[in-house]
Design a protein around this ligand. Structure first.
Ligand SMILES: NC(=O)C1=CN([C@@H]2O[C@H](COP(=O)(O)OP(=O)(O)OC[C@H]3O[C@@H](n4cnc5c(N)ncnc54)[C@H](O)[C@@H]3O)[C@@H](O)[C@H]2O)C=CC1
Ligand SMILES: O=C([O-])CC(=O)C(=O)O
Length: 340
């Protein structure tokens, strides 16, 4: 049995992401949890003729009046192999991802408490922003419960990789499906560091092109927020990116495929898989996104940054203070909170 769970399944990302997971034939059970509408989304998806059995769960009603299942989160999470979290509020124009911390930190902390209790061995994929802080929040909650495994918790930065393939190809004329650009660092503005010097297949951009492409990849999220004009941020492209990353995790951990490499924002404490080497290169940050090789137990190897250009070294230097602050903010939120 391979159970995948989506927390925040009725939202703008949650619905198309759940659809894509329903189409993934490795998944045999798909549990959808949200504070609203998840049974409806589950009923709808359950008519699709793929193997996954779909169920929807809600929290218990606040007034206790309805005869709803009492422990939706528990029932959703029990026996999960994979938990994907797109729960939380999205940006409106003029906001930074860090502005979402106030609301989303508490949502993510409470969901992490459920994961610690009901699915401590699951692979956890965090989409909720600000990713630079929500991943440390999840890790700290799991640590408090004694169940944190740094090889199993991932901040999903795949949309940055997807955008990098699309935007660079629009300049070079290459087939965007075949282009890979490692994007390292974090997932907000200047913490997003595209390594265009390592683009595959290789391509030489002019310095002007490099600067324009870097800026566009770093602020790609803002393009969508602006275009949606108050109606949220990227949902469809994020669902595709999230499903791609989930599929990579399933292919590595269930099917045992080797050699799958995807950048992701992870805890660098996993020394046995190369965390320390990357940590030394990024001024001792505790979390960072680098090329991650996936294996049957999750993170198989955290690859070093490799040769990077002077321009990319400057991007890294500019990213470190913001990443440091975002990480500390997440860690302190759990350390200072009482509701665990
Ligand atoms: N990592 C990334 O690259 C990206 C991250 N995001 C982030 O993903 C998050 C979700 O975005 P959207 O789907 O557009 O928002 P949305 O508002 O459309 O959906 C969020 C869903 O979360 C649910 N929710 C709220 N509190 C919950 C709780 N305690 N338990 C379970 N579900 C809960 C809501 O009911 C809603 O259905 C935002 O924080 C956004 O910033 C968005 C795009 C890219
Ligand atoms: O921009 C946002 O707020 C949503 C997001 O993370 C992205 O699209 O990369």
């Amino acid at each position: 049995m391979v159970k995948a769970v989506v927390l925040g399944a009725a939202g703008g990302i949650g619905q198309p992401l759940s659809l894509l997971l329903k189409l993934n034939e490795v998944v045999t059970e798909l549990a959808l949890y949200d504070i609203v509408n998840s049974p409806g989304v589950a009923a709808d998806l359950s008519h699709i003729n793929t193997p996954a059995k779909v169920t929807g769960y809600l929290p218990p009603p606040k007034d206790g009046s309805k005869n709803a299942p009492n422990d939706g989160l528990k029932n959703a999470l029990t026996n999960a192999h994979l938990v994907v979290i797109p729960a939380g509020v999205p940006r409106k124009p003029g906001m930074t991802r860090d502005d979402l911390f106030k609301i989303n930190a508490g949502i993510v902390r409470d969901l992490a408490t459920g994961i610690a209790q009901y699915s401590p061995d699951a692979y956890v994929l965090v989409i909720s922003n600000p990713v630079n802080s929500t991943v440390p929040i999840i890790a700290e909650v799991l640590k408090k419960h004694g169940v944190f495994n740094p090889k199993r918790v991932f901040g999903v930065t795949t949309l940055d990789i997807v955008r990098a393939s699309t935007f660079t190809s629009s300049v070079s004329g290459a087939d965007p499906r075949k282009v890979r650009v490692p994007v390292v660092g974090g997932h907000s503005g200047v913490t997003i560091i595209p390594l265009l010097s390592q683009i595959s297949p290789p391509h030489s951009y002019t310095q002007d092109e490099i600067e324009l492409l870097t800026q566009r990849i770093q602020f790609g999220g803002d393009e969508v927020v602006k275009a949606k004009d108050g109606a949220g941020s990227a949902t469809l492209s994020m669902a595709q990116a999230g499903a791609r990353f989930a599929s990579s995790i399933l292919n590595a951990t269930v099917k045992g495929e080797s050699g799958i490499i995807e950048p992701s924002y992870v805890c660098l404490d996993a020394d046995s898989v190369g965390g320390k080497q990357v940590k030394n290169a990024v001024n001792e940050l505790d979390y960072f996104s680098s090329n991650i090789e996936l294996g049957k137990n999750g993170v198989e190897k955290i690859h070093p940054l490799g040769n990077i250009s002077e321009y990319e070294k400057n991007l890294l230097e500019a990213a470190i203070p913001e990443l440091k602050a975002n990480i500390s903010k997440g860690i302190s939120f759990v350390a200072d909170g009482s509701k665990l």
